[in-house]
Design a protein around this ligand. Structure first.
Ligand code: XIL
Length: 389
């Protein structure tokens, strides 16, 4: 491999480029979710352009938002692609790829669908997929076709769609409609709490995807959301990196590659650590999780659900937190270097002969975290615990 020199100017995408392609011959990607109004801030836009090779449309490709903006402005219930087009065109003009999120998600679908008969509902979804995929024909590289179709226990979620239509056949149809509308994008099934191979929901998702593949559904990949809370216990605990690796390998057995689709790591509720300690735990979670992922040749890449703590959905959906790679002043956090290390860790395990990349700045233990009381609510993330199953 060609020698390459790195300096402090190393960026996430310059590192990820050093990794070999996946088993399916795809280059690995490293992306972030973006919001259109924020792209007007040059610091925000420059950071996206410099650090990432892919952007994901965080909200403005969902069904309801596609209708809502026009509805609010003119009272008309028709598609308005202004915001989504702005993001997609901006990204393409900067040489970045675009991930579309998401064609079918009950949570952000218009309520008027609930009034429709089964046949009319099917036809509405078909037209929605054709309209949206068709509008972005050849501009979007991968699509989350169906999002969160499964309930926490892995059964089909009861939604406006599954109340009237057989769930599995409906999901299959959605993929076929997307393929017809635009044959090129990689088509993805995306869900939450399916990162660890042994989680009940992950087992059920695998079974569902296996059946879909056996029916030759045009399905290329699985997306594991990975919205992690470092203080979570039980089902809310971040999945162990080794279990994520095994999940990726298992999905490859049925011909699917895997991506991490919405990664963020909340730390605000981590008891017993000061800010410095929280940052270190967060860095470790990012580093160990992504080291495990990039180790698999069936891992397509990662999308972070935003990149600066200045703008994160966690602040409104959960609580004020600092879950991302850059602080509110767009300064790289320890978490950022954890992601760099994850790529370097994997390169170091291969026959990589590039120059050494400076590792993360030395993190110092603060007096407060040194004297923190011992934890009592384990299992949880600890700095010493490698947690690989
Ligand atoms: C969230 C966005 O981040 C918010 O801006 C929006 O208000 C609501 O949706 N799982 C998903 C994402 O699949 O689409 C969600 O995104 C976060 C949870």
């Amino acid at each position: 491999m060609a020698h390459k020199s790195h300096s402090e100017q190393t960026t996430l995408k310059s590192l990820v480029k050093l990794l070999p392609a996946t088993s399916q011959g795809e280059p690995r990607h490293i992306g972030t979710a973006v919001m259109p109004d924020l792209l007007l801030d040059p610091v925000y836009a420059n950071t996206v352009e410099t650090e990432f090779d892919t952007v994901c449309v965080e909200h403005h490709l969902k069904w309801e938002p596609l209708l809502a903006s026009k509805l609010a402005r003119t009272g008309e219930c028709v598609y308005d692609f202004t915001d989504a087009d702005f993001i997609v065109d901006w990204a393409l003009s900067k040489g970045l790829s675009v991930k579309g999120h998401t064609l079918v998600w009950h949570v952000t679908s218009p309520k008027f669908l609930e009034e429709k008969s089964a046949n009319d509902l099917m036809e509405a979804v078909r037209r929605h997929i054709h309209t949206t995929c068709g509008h972005f024909y050849s501009r979007i590289k991968s699509w989350d076709v169906v999002n969160e179709a499964l309930a926490p226990d892995g059964s089909f979620a009861e939604t406006m769609f599954t109340k009237k239509l057989p769930a599995l056949e409906f999901i299959e149809d959605c993929f076929r409609w997307a393929k017809t509308a635009d044959p090129l994008p990689r088509l993805i099934y995306n869900d939450n709490k399916v990162e660890a191979v042994n989680a009940q929901k992950a087992i059920e998702m695998y079974q569902m995807l296996k059946i879909l593949k056996s029916r030759n559904t045009p399905l290329d990949a699985a997306g594991l959301q990975a919205h992690f809370d470092a203080s979570g216990t039980g089902l809310k605990r971040p999945a162990a990196p080794g279990l994520i690796f095994r999940q990726i390998e298992k999905l490859a057995d049925i011909g699917l590659s895997t991506n991490i689709s919405e990664l963020d790591v909340r730390v605000a509720k981590l008891a017993g650590f000061d800010l410095d300690g929280k940052n270190r735990v967060q860095k470790d979670i990012y580093e160990r999780t992504l080291t495990s992922c990039f180790r698999s040749t069936h891992f397509d890449g990662v999308t972070f659900w935003g990149f600066t703590d200045k703008h994160t959905w966690c602040n409104t959906f959960y609580w004020p937190d600092t879950p991302l790679l850059f602080d509110i002043n767009f300064k790289r956090k320890p978490a950022y270097y954890g992601v760099c290390n994850s790529i370097m860790n994997v390169l170091n395990e291969m026959d990589w002969e590039g120059d050494w990349v400076p590792s993360s700045p030395v993190m110092t233990h603060s007096a407060a975290s040194e004297s923190a009381p011992p934890r009592t609510d384990l299992p949880d993330w600890k700095l010493e615990d490698h947690n690989v199953a």
